[in-house]
Write a protein that binds this ligand. Structure first.
Ligand SMILES: [Zn+2]
Length: 280
């Protein structure tokens, strides 16, 4: 599933190859992916414009568009990759580049029917949302303000405040997109493992040094995952399986459900904290 690093590869792809190309036509016929817009609404709003910038907060992307005649800019085009979406950009000469969720090992050839939304450029190329599972979303002027700060841009002070407020399990807090945008299940397990924090710890029990250790882990995990192309490249990810052992201390990895999500942690370094232990 695309988390912040995968979505960032898609955003960079659009920024590198999709900007400044005049939109000659739009395929917005998929009314589920393009809800609540009716067929033709996105085409009418975007034809004749160009994408002028590609932004991202957490797992949500949006593109600015140019004006048509006057000085005013066009609408904002929101793009969400959903559970398995990728952005495909085709150059004027037919060269194809992709960004987003990495193709799985069982990847089948791309079928045209899985292109859920397409901008046809006047130069003969195009930009598509390829989304076999059809859980992505295209929306004009999306509500970005419902999201918390981007996990890659949040300040240490803001992170400290958002990670410690309330009593919820720390893993559930990391996954709450309205508090912190961009962390999915794999990144959350990797960050908690790097910081040696038990995933079910109530956030009220995190001390300042714990919050700061989580912040440092978040920064380094995101930098590494963006550089390597996805959350699946984390150090503990391959050990998230029955019989897996911690790559750091060699103890058994254990599995449970935290915040409603499948969770793996090191039985020794992330053993649940006892109150007495925390007083020491
Ligand atoms: Zn360990």
């Amino acid at each position: 599933m695309p988390e912040l690093p995968e979505v960032e590869t898609a955003r960079r792809l659009i920024a590198d190859l999709g900007l400044g190309r005049r939109i000659a036509d739009v395929d917005d016929a998929d009314t589920f992916v393009c809800r609540p817009h009716s067929p033709g609404e996105l085409r009418a709003a975007l034809t004749g414009r160009t994408l002028t910038a590609a932004h991202r907060r957490g797992k949500t992307m949006w593109c600015d568009t140019s004006g048509l005649d006057g000085p005013d800019d066009g609408p904002t085009l929101g793009i969400h990759l959903g559970m398995s979406g990728r952005i495909v950009v085709v150059a004027a000469d037919g060269w194809v580049a992709e960004g987003g969720d990495p193709p799985g090992r069982d990847a089948q050839p791309r079928k045209a029917v899985w292109d859920r939304f397409t901008l046809e450029f006047a130069d003969g190329g195009r930009l598509s949302l390829f989304d076999k599972r059809r859980l992505g979303r295209i929306q004009l002027n999306p509500d970005i303000d419902a999201l918390g700060p981007d996990a890659g841009a949040v300040t240490q002070a803001d992170f400290r405040a958002l990670i410690t407020a309330g009593t919820i399990a720390v893993k559930a807090r990391l996954l709450d997109q309205s508090k912190l945008a961009g962390v999915g299940n794999l990144l959350a397990d990797e960050v908690l493992w790097q910081a040696k924090v038990p995933p079910a710890t109530p956030v009220s029990r995190l001390q300042r040094k714990d919050a700061d250790r989580l912040y440092r882990a978040l920064r380094s995990v995101l930098a590494s995952a963006v550089a390597k192309g996805g959350a699946h490249t984390g150090d503990v990810i391959a050990a998230r399986r029955p019989g897996g052992t911690c790559p750091r201390c060699g103890h058994e990895m254990v599995h449970g459900t935290v915040g409603g999500r499948s969770t793996w942690w090191c039985s020794r370094e992330q053993a649940p904290w006892s109150p007495i232990e925390r007083l020491a």
